[in-house]
Every structure is written in C-alpha cells, then in structure tokens.
Ligand binder design. Sequence first.
Ligand SMILES: Cc1ncc(COP(=O)(O)O)c(C=O)c1O
Length: 451
Amino acid sequence: MHRLLDDASRRAQRYLNELDARPVFPSEVMRARLHELGGPLPEEPTPPGDVLALLDEVASPATVASAGRRYYGFVTGGALPATVAASWLATAWDQNCFTAMMSPAVAAIEQVTLGWLLEVLGLPREAGGAFVTGATMANLAGLAAARRAVLARAGWDVDEDGLQGGPRVRVVVGAEVHSTLRKALGILGLGRSAVQVVPVDAQGRLRADALPALDGPTIVCLQAGNVNSGAFDPAAEVCAAAHAAGAWVHVDGAFGLWAAACPARAHLARGFADADSWATDAHKWLNVPYDSGLVFVRDAVALRGALSISAPYLQQGAPREPGDFTPESSRRARAVEVWAALRSLGSRGLAELIERNCRQAQRFAARLSAAGAAILNDVVLNQLVVSFGDEARNRAVLARITADGTCWCGPTVWRGRAAMRISVSSWATTDADVERSIDAILASAEGCDAT
Ligand SMILES: Cc1ncc(COP(=O)(O)O)c(C=O)c1O
C-alpha cells in the first residue's frame, strides 16, 4: 500500500505539473490509446501498481485539462490544493456518511461545514442542508421539500399518498430555467413541461412584472446566475409576491449563489436569501473535486420530511442524522473537501477568488470587444457570451482555439445567436493566463480570416 500510494502521489504531481504545457483539450494522438483500457476482462488479477500505471499512461494524456488554468468551458472550477489532498485522505478513510454512527467524524464535519456555508452564502442560519452530487440533485432535493410543503398546506400528504388524486401543484419558471431543473421536476412527477413559463428580459432575467397570478399549491423557481449570461432573477420582488400568495420559492444558484460570499458582488445575490430553498454547487466556484453539490432548505423539517427514512437496524438518534436530508443513503464523505476548501480559503480568500474571476471575465470582455468581437451579455459575473459572426464562423474559431490548445471555450446559442461561452471559474487562473488566452483566441479568429 505504501509504495502504491507513493506512486499515485508521484503520478498525480507529474500530471498537475505538466498541465500547463499540454493542450487543454487532448489531441487525437493523446486519445489514441484509450482502447487499451478495454478488451476482455482479464481472468487473472493484475497487481495494483500495474493497474495504476496503465491508467496513468493511457488515460492521463487523454483527459481534458480542466484542473489547469485555462479551461473556460461550461462552468468548471478546478480543485484547490487542500481539497485534492483532503479528498485523498477521505478516500483512504472510506467512510459511509449515511448515519452519524457510521461516521461520527464526517457527521461532525458536515455540521460544521453547513454552518460555514450558511454564513458565507448569507442564508438563514436555521436552514437545513445536505451534501449531494451536484446542483441537479440539489434542485431535486430542494424541490422535493417544496412539493411536500405546498401539498401539506393544501391538506395532502405526498410522501404517503403520492401525487395521484392530490391537488395539482403549479410550478412557475423563467424562460431561461436550466434544463437540469426541468429534469428534477420531471423526476418528481411535476412534469418537465407542465410549468408556467414567465418571459425573460435581454439578460435572461425572469420578468417580475410578467408573473402570473399565484394561488393554490405553487412553487416558483428562480435562478441566481444564468448559465450563459450570469444574470440574476429579481429575487426580492418575486419572493415578496410569491410569499404573499402562500407559494414556495426555490432558487437554482448552481454558481451564482457564490456572489453572496463576495462583498463586491453580493448586490447581485440580494433578495435570494428570502427564498425557501436553494441549490448550488461546490464543484463549480468553490473549486472542490467532482462531485459536490449543496442543498439548503429554510424549514429543515420539510427537507427531512421529504427525504428521511428509518429502520431499526440503522440506530439513528443523533441530533442531525446526515442521511435524513439527502436523496441518497450510503455515500462518500464529500463534505470533507468542502470543509477543506472553506478552511483553506477563509471567507476573505473565498471573496477574493470570486472577485478575481469576475474581474478576469471583464478583462476578456474588454479586450475581445476592442478587437471587434461582439459581447452579447452584460458581464456582471464570471460569464461571457462572445460572438465572432455567424454560426459557421463561431464554429470555425472554436475549432481553431481547440486545436491551438492554449485554452478551451464552448459553443452556445444566446437569444437566437450562435456564440461562444467563456466561464472563468478556476482558483488557478492567473491574470497572465487570461492575457495568454485572449491572445490565442484573437489569433484563432484572425486565422479564420486568413483562410
Ligand atoms: C444554473 C445551473 N443549474 C444547474 C446546473 C447543473 O449542475 P450540475 O451539473 O452540477 O448538476 C448548472 C450547470 O452548469 C447550472 O449552471
């Protein structure tokens, strides 16, 4: 074990050290050996050192360098050094975090970390919360609590009796709702499309003036951080109207909710703390390894009621049983990495990380627009939507950026226009990386003109 873990550490260090010098997206040559991981399952055992060597030699070169400094695809954080190290240690612990008795250490870490999270995100201190795989599951968990609560107010017990025969739950979303929230609604039997869609403004913000009249069991879904523009829905106005009508407000804040942790950007998240449930990710802007999402519900009883189970052999009884609040039962100790991120950054370091990435996004916008590209959104956060022309030209520029390998950006369509997304979300991205990436992007665009 000793030699194996030393070998793993050496290989991981070499991988991280080499990230800066390799193409961000692996070339065809780098991916050419992936088939060597397959073939028939060997009948005989393979020594662990050989297994690791095969994985490293074949798969490491074929990975996307999203742990590096110049990956701007989707909304992808890196992994802070303390979180990688803590993750290795927690893997060695191999704790099952279902109940406090199964892992008193992780139950304690969860409790402490939830308190810190509520503080930095500016959410109600009494809220309950849980560590899930990502914002998709966090949306599912938050909406499960919402569904339960609004139906209970209408005299219906959805946990025991299900949805059939019960009052209809009205779900209101903005036209720019994230597709994963619709998926969560589908899983919960509320329907991906059986929603009332509110029009949005030019930045993708739900228009509060276009909210329908709300009555009966109702869930209103808000977004903190549009996946393209980074825009925030008008939370204060919507929460006031929804609560006056007895509705529940759920927030999908996969990355945008972290604006609340940064004094210079906290105004963007104003009003979101008035909601009833919140979903966010730690693997995006908190820069912990995948998979790591967070759900919070103001009324902890609603979350617990929707998701807890009991059985005599489980011997639950701790003041907070971790498994009472999550859709899963057995699960890994992902709170350890969240704890490590917060402990290593401190609230000041976290605020600086958020602000630095926002500033870097503005730098992208300034230089790209000065060079003639169209910036299609107001760059208020870490997101940028850039267009170099029509769809074919944007596609050609993106292909050149990928082939050049200095950085990676993804495609999108924003308000009917083909464009490119840049999301600056990594702790590791330096200002020099941003300048180097802009040079590479502009050279790619010029290269397209020359052909
Ligand atoms: C606004 C929003 N909601 C939900 C998600 C889904 O997050 P995850 O993939 O972590 O489940 C994303 C991912 O980008 C997002 O931007």
